[in-house]
Design a protein around this ligand. Structure first.
Ligand code: ADP
Ligand code: ADP
Length: 228
């Protein structure tokens, strides 16, 4: 579903962020990218939906070279969840979630119905939380809204950058469990960035272990943990 072929990214200031990266992620597979800060995980993800483009090499999504795809069209197929959820502060939670369906041509009432379903899916009560503004939610709840919004276009691919990073360990544990349950029914192709090896092991079907600009190991949790 996602394939990197000898992808290199140097930033204009000369920083070599990703160095000759090749890997494949299967349809419905959840791959966690783990490693210390600054080793190229976010750069890797941002190239998939063309927030940035590689310096060299090619990236395919569903067999299509993304360099030839209009970024806006590409991002309809690729949901993006980040730690700073990017919610619109002066729109309610329901409206934040309904934005994507509305923009893709749904009638407003339909888009809101869909938004309410999505909020329920991520464990929020549309009647209670839907009419609040983002700053009236806890951190964990905002992360859920971020996930609901990314799911709104029903994209086959999800990119998640430290989606559970901004909350305390107890909330994180709950969000991880719920996300695994959700993924058990959604079967999205997921790339999930984390600097937390425990999270990588817990969530990943496979784990890409990063060292500076490269993937040093790409394997199942059991093998990464050293099982024969
Ligand atoms: P990670 O997600 O693993 O923390 P990043 O992909 O964000 O790593 O960064 C990889 C490297 O690229 C780091 O050295 C970082 O400082 C550098 N980098 C990231 N974005 C830029 C940029 N816009 N300009 C220059 N260097 C950057
Ligand atoms: P979570 O465990 O999901 O992070 P919290 O324990 O932090 O939730 O919050 C508990 C309750 O307090 C939630 O119902 C949330 O809506 C409410 N809450 C948290 N922060 C705020 C706030 N700034 N304004 C209004 N309600 C808040």
């Amino acid at each position: 579903m996602i394939r990197f072929e000898s992808v290199t990214k140097s930033y204009p200031d000369g920083t070599l962020a990703v160095d000759d990266l090749s890997f494949e992620v299967g349809e419905g597979e959840l791959v966690t990218l783990v490693g210390p800060s600054g080793c190229g995980k976010t750069t890797t993800m941002m190239m998939v939906n063309r927030l940035i483009d590689p310096t060299s090499g090619r990236i395919f999504v569903d067999g299509e070279d993304v360099s030839g795809v209009d970024p806006v069209r590409l991002r309809r197929r690729i949901g993006y969840v980040i730690q700073q959820t990017g919610l619109f502060p002066h729109r309610t939670v329901l409206d934040n979630t309904a934005t994507v369906p509305f923009l893709t041509g749904w009638k407003k009432a339909k888009a809101r119905e869909r938004a309410a379903e999505l909020l329920e899916l991520v464990g929020l009560d549309p009647g209670v939380h839907g009419s609040r503004y983002p700053d009236q939610l806890s951190g964990g709840q905002r992360q859920r809204v971020g996930v609901a919004r990314a799911l709104a276009a029903d994209p086959p691919v999800l990119l998640m950058d430290e989606p559970f990073g901004a909350v305390d360990p107890v909330v994180r544990d709950r969000l991880q469990k719920e996300f695994l349950r959700l993924q058990g029914t959604m079967h999205k192709t997921v790339l999930l960035v984390t600097h937390d090896i425990e999270e990588a092991i817990r969530l990943g079907d496979r784990i890409a272990v990063y060292g500076a600009g490269r993937i040093e190991q790409f394997d199942t949790p059991a093998r990464v943990l050293g099982a024969p």
